[in-house]
Design a protein around this ligand. Structure first.
Ligand SMILES: NC(=O)c1ccc[n+]([C@@H]2O[C@H](COP(=O)([O-])OP(=O)(O)OC[C@H]3O[C@@H](n4cnc5c(N)ncnc54)[C@H](OP(=O)(O)O)[C@@H]3O)[C@@H](O)[C@H]2O)c1
Length: 287
């Protein structure tokens, strides 16, 4: 059986490939062997062991997946899809049986269908469900890796400008999402499941900034910022529609108590990784 990981250059996608290879090593002696394939729009940039078969493919061009799909039963898929139906038809025609979709917890929030973020993931989830393929929807909340955007402030002024430092989040490590993806790709246990995934603790943005300082060994503070200042700064890195979404999410998260999910532990049997663990794993970003 072959498993295809779409987006093998991504933070989650690369961890899924590594997790599948690691699992393959452990079960090879006793069980069926699984071949791992990977796609990227720029496969020449991937640095993967030679036993991973690598293909060029673009989600905006479903036909580009034809070669990569030969003999593939299960696919890990990002939801950044303009036309999910066309891609899913190519999957079904190639004999794919199960899609593990990296979706978002935003689909579970009230008003998701009208929300920019919720609706874009709902649209893809609904297309996958309609396709007739078996599916698993991974629904993570905010990623710990969103803090990577703060690295210039941390490196430069040892300070992070923020409009809503008291926004509360439960940031999740990309490795936790990948672990659940691997469980979904390697067994039948999560067919039809849609686990919401969060980190194990609630932290304000201010607490996350302080934790970064703690890990790198020098204090890092928050500089208060207006929404307009934050918007102007974020616009240098992300499209306008995302700037509005990020600031809205922060504003609405001030003083909240976001739910903590225990799905990661239920599925893997292990405690989920803390934000501190994410900073330790990515400390070079901030030094
Ligand atoms: N940040 C959050 O808080 C959050 C929360 C919930 C869900 N999410 C979702 O999680 C995903 C981000 O995960 P990540 O951190 O692993 O992302 P990442 O590191 O930015 O990687 C994104 C991957 O998607 C692939 N990709 C993007 N557009 C593609 C296209 N047109 N064709 C083929 N591949 C394409 C890229 O592949 P190549 O460039 O190699 O082709 C890359 O490997 C997004 O869908 C995001 O909306 C994020």
């Amino acid at each position: 059986m072959s498993i295809l990981v779409v987006g093998a250059s991504g933070a989650v996608g690369s961890a899924v490939v590594a997790g599948l290879l690691d699992r393959g090593e452990r079960v090879r002696a006793t069980s069926r062997t699984e071949r791992v394939r990977a796609t990227s729009r720029t496969p020449q940039k991937l640095d993967l062991p030679t036993r991973v078969e690598v293909f060029a493919a673009d989600l905006d061009d479903p036909a580009s997946f034809t070669d990569a799909l030969t003999g593939v039963e299960r696919v890990f898929l990002y939801a950044d899809l303009a036309e999910p139906e066309a891609l899913l038809a190519v999957f079904a025609a190639a004999g794919v049986r199960h899609v593990v979709l990296l979706s978002s917890s935003s689909v579970t929030l009230p008003g998701a269908a009208e929300d920019f973020n919720g609706s874009r993931f709902l649209r893809v989830e609904e297309a996958v469900a309609r396709s007739g393929l078996a599916y698993t929807f991974l629904r993570p909340g905010g990623f710990a890796s969103n803090a990577a955007r703060w690295n210039w402030g941390v490196k430069g002024e040892s300070a992070v400008p923020l409009p809503y430092p008291d926004a509360v989040q439960a940031p999740i490590h990309e490795q936790d999402i990948a672990d659940v993806a691997v469980a979904a790709l390697a067994t039948e246990a999560l067919v039809g499941a849609a686990p919401v995934l969060t980190g194990p603790e609630r932290l304000t943005l201010r607490e996350q900034v302080a934790l970064i300082g703690d890990v790198i060994g020098r204090p890092v503070t928050v500089i208060p910022q207006t929404e307009a200042e934050s918007s102007a700064m974020l616009s240098r890195f992300v499209p306008e529609v995302w700037v509005r979404q990020i600031i809205k999410d922060w504003r609405e998260a001030v003083g909240t108590t976001p739910p903590l999910s225990d799905e990661y532990t239920r599925i893997t049997g292990r405690p989920s990784r803390t934000f501190r663990a994410w900073v330790v794993d990515h400390a070079d970003l901030f030094r």
